[in-house]
Design a protein around this ligand. Structure first.
Ligand code: KG4
Ligand code: ZN
Length: 334
């Protein structure tokens, strides 16, 4: 086929998404249907509710992505889908849809790792240059991933407990903010004063690992202690203290990694990459650095299928195809 067009599908968590990507770097369409409203009242994503929504939405979302891109199934080069990690019932909806399309139209099938997708979202912004480092920060992941060359992933640091987005969401809940709490904490932090000092988990001096559960507990304790004394904490000040602590650790460790590995580029990936405090701090820290900082637009930071299409393009060129045994794999390794 003369054009390299990949239909990509992402259903690993609470976003049903389909996209058409040309040559791995051009978005022809990227349709995202969020289920946040359905999960809000439970204060988090309910797996069974997520699966049901994906089933209801998937066909419509794929049709919309195809018509937005103005292409037919016969024009496609391949079908790609997130195979893991994620919620198994949610993953299965996307995997089965992709298999059905691949079978019906005799197209190659490509399984993509969700985090590879978040990383390659940056390829939709800029041409990637190796070696590079990615700070992956999402609701399920907090990782520093070193890539010496294309397709080679080395996790040099990761969270030992909560993912950073998870900590944001739990702290938000403690402060009585709606799910998902990340954006609310981010907004409040900008209004708060520097009045609440919270701990930073540096771990061993040479470690690139992270830990956020102690910080999360410190916030919960601070709020409860004040309540017991009959006082109310100022949520904005707590949000500011929490966010400063998170960003300090993330940026300091990331900076050290860029000094100890020969990286040309630093990429930011995952839903927490939408955090304005984190973006600003990284921009300041790397403003006169040799390392080129790439931060995708918000729409490519949170879960979307365009990023899956970008990652799939590399596998397409290497003919790394999946067969019909492809399955949802919640614990898939990068
Ligand atoms: O990557 P993502 O969309 O889904 C996962 O794969 O986990 O990330 C969702 C996470 C949620 O925890 C949400 O609270 C967080 O990203 N998030 C933020 C912001 N926007 C979204 N966290 C901090 N600040 C934000 N502005
Ligand atoms: Zn994600």
């Amino acid at each position: 086929k003369e054009r390299e067009l990949i239909l990509a599908i992402e259903t690993s968590c609470d976003e049903t998404s389909a996209a058409v990507i040309e040559k791995g770097d051009t978005i022809l369409s990227n349709v995202v249907s969020s289920q946040i409203e359905s999960h809000k009242r439970f204060g988090g994503v309910v797996p069974e509710v997520a699966s049901r929504h994906h089933v209801e939405q998937i066909t419509l979302i794929i049709e919309e992505a195809m018509s937005d891109a103005n292409v037919g199934f016969e024009d496609l080069s391949a079908v790609a889908v997130t195979e893991g990690p994620g919620l198994v019932g949610a993953l299965l909806v996307g995997v089965h849809a992709a298999k059905a399309i691949a079978f019906a139209h005799q197209l190659p099938l490509i399984g993509v790792h969700h985090i590879a997708g978040h990383i390659y979202a940056n390829q939709l912004v800029k041409e990637l240059q190796y070696p590079l480092l990615t700070l992956v920060v999402s609701g399920g992941h907090t990782e520093l991933v070193y890539m010496e060359s294309e397709g080679q992933f080395e996790i040099i640091g990761e969270t030992r407990d909560d993912a950073v987005g998870e900590a944001y969401d739990k702290v938000a809940r403690t402060l009585g903010l709606p799910y998902p709490g990340g954006p609310h904490i981010d907004r409040l932090a900008a209004e708060g004063e520097r009045a609440v000092e919270l701990p930073r988990a540096w771990l061993e001096p040479d470690s690139y690992d992270f830990s956020f559960s102690g910080l999360k507990s410190a916030v919960i304790n601070t709020v409860h202690n004040e309540k017991q004394k009959g006082r109310e904490v100022n949520p904005a000040n707590v949000a500011r203290g929490f966010q400063e602590s998170v960003i300090d650790v993330l940026v300091t460790k990331t900076k050290r990694a860029t000094e100890n590995y020969p990286v040309k580029q630093l990429l930011l990936a995952g839903g927490v990459a939408a955090n304005s405090g984190l973006r600003n701090e990284l921009e300041t820290t790397f403003s006169d650095s040799e390392v080129e900082l790439i931060i995708p637009p918000l729409s490519l930071c949170t879960d979307n299928a365009a990023m899956i299409g970008a990652a799939a393009s590399l596998k397409f060129r290497r003919q790394q195809f999946s067969d019909y045994a492809l399955n949802g794999n919640p614990g898939l390794d990068l």
